[in-house]
Design a protein around this ligand. Structure first.
Ligand code: SF4
Length: 358
């Protein structure tokens, strides 16, 4: 349980729509032993027949070693009901569920000033609630107070990597984060948002000069071609059927995007712009950019995935729901280990997207 002060991005709203999407496609752990024993003692199999018919958890490798995971059935959690509700929650209440179920879609990170809580853009309900859901502050405090199995993510150290050869002192960076975040409420085009961040950092003395916009399209095309090549190599190997199907689907998506990469980007509706602005405030405040190695690589990566989804959702105007439908598969694709590795190797192209954003 944390007593740390909690901050959230400006103007962030969300509520759970009970869609069940977060109980599909992921791995369902680690789960604490206390939760597993609690479900055994409550005889969960008597409440949910599937759990009586087959093993409902197993031990497998997790981020901190071997741990308990809930079983999957048809790529969803064994406890997901046909009505998208959770059989554990229905039978025994929310406290009986694993912490990660109750934490999603919050992403928590601890820094030297306290705790930051943001919403992850892969939550399907966020596209419906970003505009008129409740402010997330109270829900964030509840999530932060829960017992944890996986330690809190840390954003600590003396310096923050901003771009190749460019760092900022941590204390300075934390001030800048807070100063820049409110500006992301007003700037609504994804490219303009990233440019706003770049220029705000440059105006504070970091060497982040914009580069020629003509480098944007070659960088975007190079990233797509690298990913297509990697997926084609997966297809050339003797991969399991599920992996092959995923690779075929992404190669087709990459080719659809490549075919339209040189066209003007499809227009976004005002709703889609507002949703994307909220998503970028989360990426910024929650330091979700760290997956790209530094700020430039991480925001370039965000812009790349957003642009792929926007092109696929075209011809537009692209609504928040149209955008999100295409964004979710791209985002899941990007966390695949091979794709993550490829994007790491292609970081110069991601940095080019950050420096040429406008
Ligand atoms: S235990 Fe319930 S909430 Fe958690 S993943 Fe399974 S169905 Fe979803």
């Amino acid at each position: 349980m944390t007593q740390l002060p909690i901050r959230v991005p400006p103007e962030t709203r969300w509520t759970c729509g009970g869609c069940g999407a977060c109980c599909r496609g992921y791995s369902f752990g680690p789960v604490s032993e206390r939760i597993i024993r609690g479900l055994e003692e409550a005889d969960i199999g008597a409440h949910w027949p599937l759990a009586a018919e087959q093993p409902w958890y197993q031990r497998q490798d997790g981020p901190t070693g071997e741990a308990f995971y809930l079983a999957k059935v048809d790529d969803h959690c064994i406890f997901l009901r046909d009505d998208n509700l959770c059989a554990v929650h229905a039978a025994l209440g929310p406290e009986a569920k694993p912490a990660f179920c109750r934490e999603f879609p919050f992403h928590l990170v601890e820094d030297q000033r306290g705790l930051t809580a943001v919403i992850r853009a892969d939550c399907k309900s966020w596209e419906d609630s970003y505009a008129d859901g409740p402010d997330i502050t109270a829900a964030a405090a509840e999530v932060a107070a829960m017992a944890r199995v996986v330690p809190l993510r840390q954003f600590k150290g003396d310096h923050v990597p901003v771009a190749p050869g460019v760092t900022a002192a941590m204390a300075q960076w934390l001030d800048w984060e807070d100063a820049i975040a409110p500006g992301l409420v007003e700037v609504r085009e994804p490219g303009a948002q990233v440019a706003f961040i770049r220029e705000a950092l440059a105006s504070r003395g970091l060497s982040l000069a914009a580069i020629d916009g003509g480098r944007q399209l070659p960088a975007f095309g190079a990233l797509l071609q690298a990913l297509r090549m990697v997926m084609q190599r997966v297809l050339a190997q003797d991969a399991p059927d599920e992996q092959r199907a995923g690779a075929v689907e992404r190669v087709e998506a990459i080719e659809r995007v490549l075919a339209k990469a040189g066209d003007p980007l499809p227009e976004l509706t005002e709703d889609a712009k507002a949703f994307l602005a909220a998503a970028l405030r989360s990426v910024w405040t929650g330091r979700l950019w760290t997956s790209g190695g530094d700020v430039a690589g991480g925001l370039g990566r965000w812009l790349f995935l957003v642009t792929c989804a926007r092109i696929e959702a075209g011809p537009g105007p692209v609504s928040a729901a149209d955008f999100a439908k295409h964004y979710h598969p791209w985002r899941r694709f990007a966390v695949n280990r091979t794709v993550t590795w490829t994007l790491e190797k292609a970081r110069p192209a991601l940095v080019d997207l950050f420096l040429s954003a406008r």
